[in-house]
Ligand binder design. Structure first.
Ligand code: FES
Length: 138
């Protein structure tokens, strides 16, 4: 039993126990919805973007402790980053920032990366719609 506890870094446990940025953003600029059909865990990630910079990020995760810790970390990592810098954040970078994850839990960090990418895609789709709307109004 002690061996299983030693699989998780202090940082993973800390973000699991005290996750940052939990919740929703009102009027977000992008929302990502992802899920893993194998384990059934789901994640929602909200971003606020100002002038191509992510100014805020929040999440809601129905999932395992590693999914909660990686969601928490990814929302911390993206704040203040440009959209293109945020797209470069890999699941490995998130796991490394948490002091590593056991191999059996690496897929949880993939969910965090996918949630971020999905929120950015949604941001682009919304901006396109906004641009088209403003063009047709002029
Ligand atoms: Fe499903 Fe961790 S077990 S994301």
């Amino acid at each position: 039993m002690g061996d299983v506890w030693s699989l998780y870094s202090e940082k993973v446990m800390e973000h699991f126990r005290n996750p940052r940025n939990v919740g929703e953003i009102e009027n977000p600029d992008g929302i990502g919805h992802v899920g893993n059909p194998v384990c059934g865990d789901i994640m929602e990630l909200y971003i606020k973007v100002d002038d191509s910079t992510i100014t805020d990020a929040k999440f809601k995760t129905f999932g395992c402790g590693a999914a909660i810790a990686t969601s928490s970390m990814v929302t911390e990592m993206v704040k203040g980053k440009s959209i293109s810098e945020a797209l470069d954040i890999s699941n490995r970078a998130v796991a490394e920032a948490l002091g590593g994850l056991p191999p059996i839990k690496m897929h949880c960090s993939v969910l965090a990366e996918e949630a971020l990418k999905s929120a950015i895609e949604n941001y682009h789709a919304r901006s396109k719609r906004r641009d088209n709307g403003s063009k047709s109004n002029t």
